[in-house]
Ligand binder design. Sequence first.
Ligand code: ADP
Ligand code: MG
Length: 383
Amino acid sequence: MASIHLKGLAHRYPAASSGATVPYALNPLDQVWDDGGAYALLGPSGCGKTTLLNIISGLVRPSEGRVLFDGDDVTDLPTEQRNIAQVFQFPVVYDTLSVADNLAFPLRNRGLEKAIIDARVAETLVMLGLEGRAHERARSLSADDKQKISLGRGLVRTDVRAILFDEPLTVIDPHLKWQLRTELKKIHERFGHTMIYVTHDQTEALTFADKVVVMDAGVILQVGTPKALFDRPRHTFVGTFIGSPGMNVLRCEFDGEQAFVDGVKIPLDAATCSVARGRGLHESTSVRLEIGIRPEAVTVSGEPKTGPAVRLIAVEDLGRHLLLRLQLGSQPLCALLPEGAEIPEQPTLHFDPAMTLLYADSLLVEGTDDTEQTSAVRVEAYA
Ligand code: ADP
Ligand code: MG
């Protein structure tokens, strides 16, 4: 196992024609993945997740910066010498070999004793629910089962420095996904491998990982626990990408004491106000200000005069929740109410200042004590 340090790393793929400048697929970043951490790398399609993973495993050589494993520079080492297991989105199996031989292959390659190989293969077969099919040829298996073998080949070795998963459950049947994710978590708890799990699916990311790394457009926007990403997204993209529906983001003004959304007063907590005033945001006209509030934190009541009136546009029944689509001034927002809640005919809103965040040019306005690992400088490059 190893800690992985991406130092001043950036990547541009080569230009198709000479002379053309290609934008960064990965903008310059500095990122440490702690030894034994369970990470999810979450972001929309095309944001650079696979590029980042392939740079760690050595399939792609970064155009700038270094890759360090436990402080050792491995940037110039080929994949085979990095001792990393990688599971891809689509099955990589030897069709002519049996299920068991497919799993044994990475172990035989490393010259392990037969008894150890047999034990590890047997264990992995049970974990994947393939114990009855050990001697079938891989060719005869369904796409689901082939992908399970791919997963197994990534998990069968216990001596790897890290295991990288690139959207490994894409082709897996939904009811199996949960089960396999649970298995991966158990394996992490048992062997303590550094694991990086790439996905565009927030549920997968939040249920698998201790720390989630959120990316967009080649930039790491935030690294945090699922709770931190939910409660204090450092960038409006993180707030809107995570959650179902995502955080409400409303254009606002700030007078030094509170925010105003289309003239409607929105209270902010004292700490936020003080930081915002310190940065002169009440006097600035060049900064785009927004408030962010989760639909879960928007309270709706039927009591007139307790808060600003809003227009109720639609109600959707989500089973355990009711989703209210509302309009405050000219801006849409959502509120989530518990199932069975009464929906007032003339709703008024209440924003809890502790849950109402202020954003300046998409970045959270916060004190220095609660900033997280991601470098704000890099994020500014994205905003
Ligand atoms: P993700 O895995 O998040 O979907 P990728 O890392 O595959 O994103 O891609 C990031 C960006 O790099 C995309 O704009 C993609 O088109 C580009 N890209 C990926 N692979 C190559 C390649 N081999 N050559 C040129 N551009 C590439
Ligand atoms: Mg990808």
